[in-house]
Design a protein around this ligand. Structure first.
Ligand code: GKE
Length: 334
């Protein structure tokens, strides 16, 4: 017997596509809602009810949550550094999606869980000035000085989730994702994040016979990256657990961006000269996830190493790249 209706808002995107698949496997009826035309969805699951709608609109949100018991709110206008740095107003307009989804879920009355995907971009910039990072603890979000645009919206929407719980009893759950990557993610076009960008650039160089690649910044920036399977497990875990404060959901395996590029060069079997573009969007100098609390509360730690996850991602992007541009001289070199 089906477990009830789960709505995946933003399910046409990278994480939502995997989450919808997992919820179907768990026995939920699933409604996927996304603003993108269905041809642009990263994954389409025919067993789900698939709806194209703009969730900035309250009436669309009301239709989206009709009859549901669970809502997974992943819909947002977002991307990697190249996107969020240059599109702050668009990022902040996701507040309409979060506001209207919360209002619709509260009014629907049947929602037992409302999961919201927040971000490591909520953390105070002062704590992320050095590459030599102290991993971010949950309390480092305050006093508020998050990533401009995107991070402010996420921090505000986290607070809304908190107050919809306290004032209206809506069972909200919030996780702060740390840079999620994997197959079926964005790998070109301007919204891609560093893991996919490194794969694409190095694959392009390999297939073109190029000897150089561009890296944004000096490459000493540090980050941790979470593989998609760990992210999906984490979402399920948060959703089942009792209400609590927002927690990190990320890997604590730190790498420099240069280290990430070198790892991918190893997969490709090439070594490139690095041209550092110091004018490109860089974001914070260093960021890592402190996983002490999530271990305490959920007994959880990510299970997939960066090397394992990056190899799977590289192999998938390689296939996609060759399918799109051919194995010879290629054009996608941005
Ligand atoms: N995207 C990209 N593309 N980044 C590059 C590239 C490139 O070709 N070359 C070097 N970088 C550097 C960026 O300049 C940045 O310093 C670092 O890699 C990571 O970039 P990113 O993966 O695009 O995004 P961030 O980790 O800075 O920020 C992301 O954090 C997540 C939360 O942890 C955000 O874009 C959010 O999407 C997200 O919330």
């Amino acid at each position: 017997m089906a477990k009830g209706l789960a709505v995946v808002a933003g399910g046409g995107g990278f994480i939502g596509g995997f989450l919808a698949k997992d919820l179907l496997k768990q026995g939920y009826n699933v409604r996927v809602v996304d603003i993108k035309p269905m041809d642009d969805w990263y994954q389409v699951h025919p067993e789900a009810e698939n709806v194209v709608a703009d969730l900035k609109d309250l009436a669309s949100c009301r239709r989206a949550v009709k009859g549901a018991t669970r809502v997974y709110q992943l819909a947002a206008d977002m991307g990697g550094m190249g996107f969020i740095e240059n599109n702050k107003a668009l990022c902040m307009l996701s507040v309409l999606i979060n506001t209207h989804m919360l209002m619709a879920a509260k009014d629907e009355g049947s929602i037992e869980r409302f999961f919201y995907s927040s971000s490591a971009c909520v953390y105070n910039a002062d704590k992320q000035k050095s590459e030599d990072v102290v991993p971010l603890k949950e309390e480092d979000a305050y006093p508020g000085m998050p990533e401009d645009g995107y991070g402010w919206e996420k921090l505000f929407s986290e607070r809304m989730c908190r107050h919809f719980y306290e004032d209206f009893g809506l069972e909200t759950r919030v996780a702060r994702f740390h840079n999620v990557y994997g197959p079926h993610g964005t790998w070109e076009g301007g919204r891609e994040k560093a893991p996919a960008a490194m794969c694409r650039k190095i694959i392009a160089a390999k297939l073109n016979g190029d000897t150089e690649m561009e890296i944004w910044g000096d490459g000493k920036q540090t980050r941790s990256f979470m593989y998609i399977d760990d992210c999906i497990k984490g979402i399920n875990m948060f959703t089942e657990a009792p209400h609590g404060e927002p927690l990190n959901l990320g890997s604590d395996e730190l790498t420099t961006i240069l280290g990430l590029a070198e790892m991918v060069e190893g997969f490709a079997g090439i070594k490139l000269k690095k041209n550092h573009n110091l004018n490109a969007p860089k974001g914070v100098n260093g960021r890592n996830s402190d996983n002490t609390k999530i271990k305490q509360v959920h007994g959880w730690a990510p299970g997939i190493t960066l090397k394992e996850g990056m190899k799977k991602t590289y192999d998938w992007i390689y296939e996609e790249y060759v399918a799109k541009y051919g194995a010879g001289k290629a054009t996608a070199k941005v």
